[in-house]
Design a binder for this molecule. Structure first.
Ligand code: BGC
Length: 794
């Protein structure tokens, strides 16, 4: 391959080389017909493959988010998910998926916590390596991100993370190290600085990434993270997005003047060409990927979602018996979150809500009880008709001046126009739909968007405003733009004509059109207290209550950290009131990260669903009825209250965020402070019972016999931790060293082997990795605090 790359490199002049190291578009790498190199579209990818554009007409399979995937503790399952991701990538003609997100859960407030796997570096690394192998096995590149110490969102573009070498090596770099070992072809660096140097120019790209780890792929910048020409000679190989700005004309001049050496550019071009060869963009078509029918994809997502759900508490109420009459309550029952917000968003063609999933298997009554005040929602498809086509949806017309340049029929009332080729040419965009009221009362009708926006209702201008992008993270604001609305009283069946017209402007100079426009509504609602009381009444009259609570897109999303771990609105109050009238109250928590559950000891069962992807309802029904085992175990500690959390702060002080806790994050920190969390790392219940015995350790392999002592099949995650009480170096009380996932039929037993990798015994010193001589203690069990078996290993 190397000769071929040199041959191609020799054919490129400086311009040709520079073209290849910047994007050709927002999500597209440049090609060069003269050397047979195809353009390479790429896509975000941690929980599904959106594709190059943000367009519901080309939907994507929505997968469980990072915390959910990690909660399976099952790298083998990732083999199947990876095949699906690769198939989705090929279907959407993309060569690389920008995932997995492998930063760590340093603080539960971190806005992208849902997207990352775990607080533990080993669990994160195992899942990351499995993801990389699984996707790349089919010729599609993965892109572990964001290198490195991008563990929270506050001031994410500028924050300088101060972190000691040892902490970096043992914790934050480790998942990247393992991803590179697994063969990653691309790695994305982060927006933040580490120890004073922005990551797109940081020497951590040279050492260890390209140096001792031998990474020979492409280091791609996070979108907009390249900051200077001077830094162009350093480790970042590919500047995204395109078309080229900083690395266009200014870089050409810098190379011509000798300020930046052409040799440095050549190294980047070699890497891009090597990448192109690997993904099949040079010398031939890309490798074929497995075929998935819609049904196969749905089955897989449903299975993984059930495997990810963590049952943290159960008094025997679960699984629910056939025919149990249930009240399904809570705001997330009918309006759940399938996935987290931000760049990980995909637009699924099919979803099942918890309400729909449960209605399919049990007799159900429903009301939300609490609504999460979130302003307008995109007008649901069942309420809007495109006046042009007469079919569900809306018409979108694009004008350049007074000339109409395109009309589209769209089936979403929330458009995200990111580098959209039609929108890029437009000066004005108009959304139009007939809205049909399905409830009598006061409707709010309006829009979300920025720029000069006008709302017409039934042909009359209802409001007109110059809406500016608020402060804060532009990505978050664009996906959740400011809203304006008017109120109209409508009868059932009444129709109104709604038009939203936006005069388009470049929100972020140089990026082209980056715009979110929503045609939004709020249905009439009964008064809050009445709604609340109605839910409690349904609970009182049901055999069991299932309350689905959760966070919102505004709270848990890219670009913002949380400020509280409480469930928004009156959800806690609802759970308490429901539990008071129905002793068989099951709470389902639909969040990507820990929330406080002050009522947790007063309810019959608590199931954490995470953001489980498009088959939420079906998977939930499987788990609640016992058709599937709740297969998840906690990949992160769940606190009782925010004040107990040992590592919490994500707000930089004077531009710096100090990781003063060093190697003690997650359960390591909890163990050190001795505070008891609500539920410890590794915890999770199933529907059967287990015994384990006869732990032995031979060499670096722990072996233990595990038996399913119950009367139904089940899954257990056997976890091995190390400790070193009299160590001469600062260490966690104990740390995860390996794990194994077992599925057993009732009465069956198995000899489970857990390999303890050398790294689990090593610590980082000024002279590199070192192993303390003498014995380490091995603890085996089913959570970081439930470890009945002990052995010693040298
Ligand atoms: C995010 C990345 C993402 C990129 C492209 C950035 O803002 O941090 O994770 O891949 O946008 O969407």
């Amino acid at each position: 391959m190397d000769d071929r790359i040199e041959e191609l490199l020799a054919k490129l002049d400086l311009q040709g080389k520079l073209r290849l190291i910047s994007g050709a578009g927002l999500f597209r790498l440049a090609g060069d017909p003269a050397i047979g190199l195809a353009e390479m579209p790429i896509s975000d990818g941690p929980s599904g493959v959106r594709g190059e554009n943000w367009d519901e007409r080309d939907p994507s399979v929505s997968l469980p988010s990072g915390t959910a995937i990690a909660a399976t503790w099952d790298p083998e399952l990732l083999g199947e998910i990876g095949a699906l991701i690769a198939a989705e990538a090929r279907r959407k003609d993309v060569y690389a998926v920008l995932g997995p997100t492998i930063n760590l859960h340093r603080s539960p407030l971190g806005g992208r916590h849902f997207e990352c796997f775990s607080e533990d570096p080993l669990l994160t690394a195992e899942m990351a390596a499995a993801y990389v192998r699984a996707v790349q096995a089919h010729g599609v590149s993965a892109c572990p991100k964001h290198y490195v110490a991008n563990d929270s969102e506050t001031d994410r573009f500028t924050v300088d993370v101060r972190v000691a070498d040892r902490t970096l090596r043992e914790l934050y770099l480790y998942p990247f190290e393992r991803s590179v070992e697994a063969g990653a072809w691309m790695v994305m660096n982060s927006y933040n600085s580490v120890n004073g140097v922005t990551m797109t120019e940081n020497t951590l790209l040279d050492e260890p990434l390209k140096g001792s780890w031998g990474f020979d792929g492409v280091v791609v910048s996070d979108w907009g993270a390249v900051r200077s020409i001077a830094g162009a000679a350093r480790g970042t190989d590919l500047c995204m997005p395109g078309p080229p700005m900083l690395w266009g004309e200014p870089l050409t001049k810098a190379v011509r003047s000798g300020e930046i050496s052409e040799e440095a550019i050549d190294d980047k071009v070699r890497r891009v060409l090597r990448f192109a060869t690997r993904v099949g963009a040079l010398d031939g078509p890309p490798q074929p990927t497995p075929d998935f029918t819609d049904a196969q994809a749905q089955d897989l997502v449903r299975h993984v979602a059930a495997q990810a759900m963590v049952l943290v508490r159960n008094d025997g109420t679960l699984p629910l018996r056939d025919g149990t009459k249930i009240a399904v309550l809570g705001p997330s029952a009918a309006e759940p979150r399938f996935l987290g917000g931000g760049s990980a968003t995909v637009l699924p063609g099919h979803t099942t809500t918890p309400l729909a999933g449960l209605e399919a298997v049990l007799p159900v009554t429903h009301t939300p009880g609490v609504r999460l005040v979130e302003g307008l929602i995109p007008a649901p498809l069942e309420l809007i008709t495109d006046p042009e086509t007469g079919t569900p949806g809306l018409s979108v017309r694009y004008f350049a001046g007074t000339t109409e340049i395109a009309t589209q029929h769209r089936t979403t009332a929330s458009l995200v126009l990111l580098g959209d080729p039609v929108a890029d040419r437009a000066s004005r965009i108009q959304l139009r739909a007939r809205l049909r009221a399905d409830t009598a009362g006061d409707w709010q009708i309006g829009f979300g968007g920025i720029g000069h926006v006008r709302l017409d209702v039934d042909g009359a201008t209802a409001l007109e405003d110059d809406v500016v992008l608020g402060s804060g993270d532009p990505a978050a604001a664009l996906l959740n733009p400011p809203q304006r609305y008017v109120t109209r009283t409508l009868a059932v069946g009444q129709e109104v004509d709604v038009r939203v017209a936006v005069d388009v402007q470049e929100a972020v100079p140089g990026l082209g059109i980056v715009l979110g426009i929503t045609l939004g509504i709020t249905r009439p609602r009964r008064p809050e207290d009445e709604e609340f009381a109605a839910a409690v009444e349904l609970a009182r009259n049901a055999e069991a209550a299932v309350v689905v609570v959760g966070t919102t897109e505004r709270i848990e999303s890219e670009g913002v950290d949380r400020t509280s771990l409480r469930l928004p609105g009156r959800q806690d109050e609802l759970v308490t009131a429901v539990a008071a009238v129905n002793p068989r109250t099951v709470v389902v928590v639909n969040s990507g990260a820990p929330v406080e559950m002050p009522w947790r000891d007063d309810v019959a069962a608590v199931l954490l669903s995470w953001f489980p992807g498009q088959e939420f309802g079906a998977a939930l029904a499987d788990v609640l009825t016992g058709a599937a085992e709740p297969g998840g175990r906690l990949p992160t500690t769940w606190p009782k209250t925010i004040t107990d959390v040992p590592v919490l702060g994500t707000t930089p002080d004077n531009g710096t965020l100090d990781y003063t806790e060093g190697i003690h994050i997650g359960y390591r920190a909890w163990l050190r402070t001795g505070t008891e969390p609500a539920y410890p790392f590794g915890h999770g219940l199933g529907y059967t019972t287990w015994s384990s015995s006869d732990l032995t350790v031979s060499g670096r392999v722990a072996t233990i016999t595990v038996r399913n002592t119950g009367d139904r099949a089940g899954k257990q995650v056997v976890q091995a931790y190390l400790s070193r009480p009299d160590s001469s170096v600062d260490r966690p009380v104990r740390w995860l060293a390996g794990f194994a996932t077992v599925n057993l039929e009732p009465g069956d037993s198995r000899l489970v082997e857990i390999t303890l990798p050398p790294r689990a015994f090593e610590h980082w010193t000024d002279n590199g990795w070192a192993t303390e001589p003498g014995a380490f203690t091995v603890h085996v069990g089913t959570s970081v605090t439930d470890l009945p078996h002990t052995a010693y290993v040298d």
